[in-house]
Ligand binder design. Sequence first.
Ligand SMILES: *[C@@H]1O[C@H](CO)[C@@H](O)[C@H](O)[C@H]1NC(C)=O
Length: 386
Amino acid sequence: MALFILLLLPLFLHFNPTVATFDITSFGAKSNGQSDSAQPLIQAWEAACSSSSPSTIYIPTGTFLVSQARLLGPCKSNKITVQIDGTLISRSDYSEFGRKGDWIVFDHVEGVSVYGGSIDGSGGSLWACKANGHNCPDGATSLTFSNSNDILISGLTSVNSELYHIVIDGCQGVTLQGVKISAPGNSPNTDGIHVQMSTDVTVRGASIKTGDDCISVGPGTANLWIEQVSCGPGHGISIGSLGKEYQEKGVRNVTVRTTMFVGTENGLRIKTWGRPSDSFVKGVAFEHSIMQNVQHPIIIDQNYCPDERGCPDQNSGVKISQVSYNDIQGSSATEIAMSFTCSSSNPCSGIELQDVKLTYEGKIAASSCKNAIGTASGLVQPPSCL
Ligand SMILES: *[C@@H]1O[C@H](CO)[C@@H](O)[C@H](O)[C@H]1NC(C)=O
């Protein structure tokens, strides 16, 4: 047997296609944090993308300034690795870069794996502008994957984005594992991970500290799996806002398990606009969650209407059904630890509570229900109002 394997080994080595490596420094990138390495990064990408064999783009240790990089497919190979050992940093001058809406983008790619490394969105000056209420640009998302399949993001650290840290839009088959995201609790719109119009996305083992949603789930998301994620500071994990548009793709089959929320505004939230829509949320399992001092640990809010305009009677058209909460424990920072404010025209249905134990100031917290139908089993504290 051993001899047989030994004889076969040269065959495998022979047929193993060589992996070409494109080091951005050999395209002129400088690790001084000053000279713009966008073109070297784009050229390394183009070399990898036009190669028909598997290839690696290598970003060595050091700090590389990248003004903006749109890394576009389709590519000849569906096995491209981006190995980041150093840091990519964006310009802090938001007046130029913040208007463009995105910083590093992968679009129409397949089989791309990013191993990191860090990316630093240098968002501080834009947040200061927004805090002073000046006429500021929206800012740029740090890392976007759009219209792409079979993507892995592993061990990446993203800090101080101007806007969202990571956006997955129009993708199928995306795994984010061991991602670390960090921005101050008062930094505006710095959502951690935003997923929309995408199927089969997995987020596993993430630590997310932001000024906005930890993970937000937009229209057209299906088969989303979130596991072992810690959130805080920030606004928690949110399905929505949904139902802003009348015609909108719904959200179905979402699992959120083994999560921890520390000092966040919300824990597990579903949020819809209070206006007509044909959108829906169907099949959500929230399980094994620990809350520490969370303002709204369990919340469904169908009354969202920030400018109080275009929300006749505050009736959300979004149909919410089959949402379960199982083994949710910990402390609430407000008395109402569990709140279901559903639409009067489209009540929430199939809400299931099992083994919920949430306290407020060491005592049993309270719950609040409006237009919510469902069942409770096991120990449920605060007592169910369904
Ligand atoms: C729901 O999504 C999970 C992945 O998150 C997948 O394994 C499962 O097959 C999906 N279920 C249905 C009914 O599509």
